[in-house]
Design a protein around this ligand. Structure first.
Ligand code: TEU
Ligand code: CA
Length: 541
């Protein structure tokens, strides 16, 4: 059974920092630990409780660091291990927490384990990766790379060709494929122990847990895979929870129900992972276009768009099913975006974003804010491929702190920046938005502040759907905890909306935050909600 969530995590809000793009402190054009430290007061000012830092470990950077060469050493371009410890201490000094990115599914081709495993000689690392027993034609549909290294066999990849899959075994090994080892095979234990020690290494260095990359990719197979994953993860998670009761694990799994059973404290509600991925993509405030473009052309677009042709019902159904599964603990995270998807800002203006944020920060769970989304940073279509970003580079551009061609990101010549900055001189920046009461930045701060001031609006408040059945908005729900009740009404569509809802009580409730015009009037047992196009309101009942 899953262990309880630590107190600090109960109503936590996170900020994702992509280290190479946040702030460069030594003028080489690449963000680093020192740069993040310089900006921690800003991060704190957002009201967030924790940071998720993308991989910062030694790597040949063929997938921006998701190809680890040495789990126990930070990438020199970000700083030393001691610098990382200093960052952790500075985060803690400000009363925040920090999650590192654990990548247990694969390493880089340059990891010593792989170099050893792929060599001609037999070594203790031979079973660390999935290799065929020879130039075996029966690859059973798995992705293998042939013709690399001296070993008489092919290696399985987990993502890019440069990310060989670590071997945690198969849930349904096929006798005709002897290279498929049973996930309980004793020979696989040393790798599991290594990864446990990597977690211990960083927990001892003070980090507060991990975001776990591709958490459910570890065990291969079809039949019985979920059960095998539970066994693997419960082993690690229960160890971690007993040794480090304050630490948390957040899965990148896209399956919060399975993640709960594995002992994770949360999982991202991503477009993939769900049999209903189309519904998630239509609704979530992450990646809509990115994913919908890959869906059939007649797939409706995001609910959070001015034509608002997606419906919110299927997504809310899924959220309710998840809440039922985890006993109301809401072990899922809705994100504004991440380093893999298009920025939410694509095809949306600041008001559209405010409506989406009003949703994200008043829903159950533990939301994650992707760096730069709080100022509406744009998706750069022309970013190109940088360190294996391929289609994803547009959302990884340098953080825009101030005006000017360097955006306060670095002292280096912008030509030397790690990745292309937004070329538009009118691009949004922190400095401008700090001074504007109505900016997206200050709106985001108010939402996060509200969420903390009123736990009913936070992770574990009860969610009651009032309206979610229309294909063209609005979405109305109630949040409740102890003696506090709030009404949230969202109309992302361009056209105005008016509806009557069943909501006991009299008088006009107080509006706490909003965008556009939303009025709620209650008379003789009927409540009328009138909303302008592109509007949102949070009301105290
Ligand atoms: O991504 C896992 C994932 O499954 C991806 O499909 C993701 O949805 C995709 O990149 C979108 O194009 C994780 C990391 O977040 C990603 O950055 C890494 O490249 C990947 O694992 C491999 O480690
Ligand atoms: Ca630097």
């Amino acid at each position: 059974m899953a262990k309880a969530i630590p107190e600090w995590f109960r109503n936590a809000v996170f900020y994702e920092i992509y280290p190479q793009s946040f702030r460069d402190s030594n003028g080489d054009g690449i963000g680093d630990f020192g740069g993040i430290i310089e900006k921690l007061d800003y991060v704190k000012s957002l009201g967030v409780d924790g940071i998720w830092l993308n991989p910062c470990f030694d790597s040949p950077f063929q997938d921006a660091g998701y190809d680890v060469r040495d789990y126990r050493r930070t990438a020199p371009r970000y700083g030393t291990n001691a610098d990382l410890e200093r960052l952790i201490a500075e985060v803690h000094e400000r009363g925040m927490r920090i999650l590192l990115d654990l990548v247990p599914g694969h390493t880089s081709l340059e990891h010593p384990w792989f170099k050893s495993a792929v060599s001609r000689t037999k070594t203790r690392y031979d079973n660390y990766y999935v290799f065929t027993d020879g130039p075996d034609p029966d690859q059973d549909g798995y992705p293998f790379i042939s013709g690399y290294g001296e070993r008489d066999g092919f290696y399985m990849t987990n993502y890019f060709y440069s990310q060989p899959a670590l071997n945690y075994g198969f849930s349904d090994p096929k006798p005709e494929c002897p290279w498929q080892m049973d996930f309980r095979d004793e020979r696989l234990k040393p790798l599991r122990e290594e990864i446990r020690k990597v977690m211990k290494f960083y927990l001892d260095a003070g980090c507060d847990g991990f975001r776990v990359d591709m958490a459910f990719s570890l065990i291969k197979g079809k039949a019985g895979r979920d059960e095998a994953l539970k066994e693997l993860w419960l082993d690690w998670s229960s160890w971690m929870k007993s040794e480090y009761p304050e630490a948390v694990l957040v899965a990148e799994g896209g399956r919060p129900d399975l993640a709960f059973d594995c002992g994770f404290d949360s999982d991202f509600l991503l477009s993939w992972g769900s049999p209903k991925r189309a519904n998630r993509a239509m609704f979530r405030a992450e990646a809509y276009e990115y994913y919908t473009n890959r869906l059939k052309p007649d797939t409706p677009r995001s609910f959070f768009s001015r034509e608002s042709s997606g419906n919110s019902r299927d997504f809310m159904d899924e959220v309710e099913a998840l809440l039922a599964h985890d006993g109301g603990e809401a072990r899922f995270s809705i994100v504004t975006g991440n380093h893999d998807v298009t920025r939410l800002c694509r095809n949306r203006d600041a008001n559209d974003l405010k409506v989406a944020f009003a949703f994200i920060f008043t829903m159950p769970g533990r939301p994650f804010l992707y760096y730069g989304d709080e100022i509406g940073m744009r998706y750069l279509e022309k970013a190109g491929n940088v360190e294996g970003s391929y289609g994803r580079g547009g959302g990884r551009s340098p953080m825009q702190w101030e005006r000017g061609n360097k955006a306060g990101f670095s002292d280096a010549d912008p030509e030397k920046f790690y990745i292309m900055p937004d070329p538009d001189p009118e691009r949004p920046c922190v400095a401008d938005q700090e001074n504007d009461r109505d900016s997206l930045l200050n709106f985001t701060r108010r939402l996060i502040e509200l969420r903390h001031a009123h736990p009913a609006l936070g992770a574990e408040g009860k969610l009651r759907r009032i309206v979610s059945e229309y294909a063209d908005a609005p979405l109305v729900y109630e949040r409740e905890l102890h003696d506090e009740r709030f009404l949230v009404a969202l109309n992302p569509a361009a056209k105005a909306a008016a509806l009557e809802i069943a909501l006991p009580g009299e008088g006009a409730p107080e509006q706490l935050v909003g965008v556009g015009e939303v009025s709620v009037t209650r008379k003789l047992g009927t409540t009328s909600v009138a909303m302008s196009g592109v509007s949102a309101g949070v009301f105290r009942l």
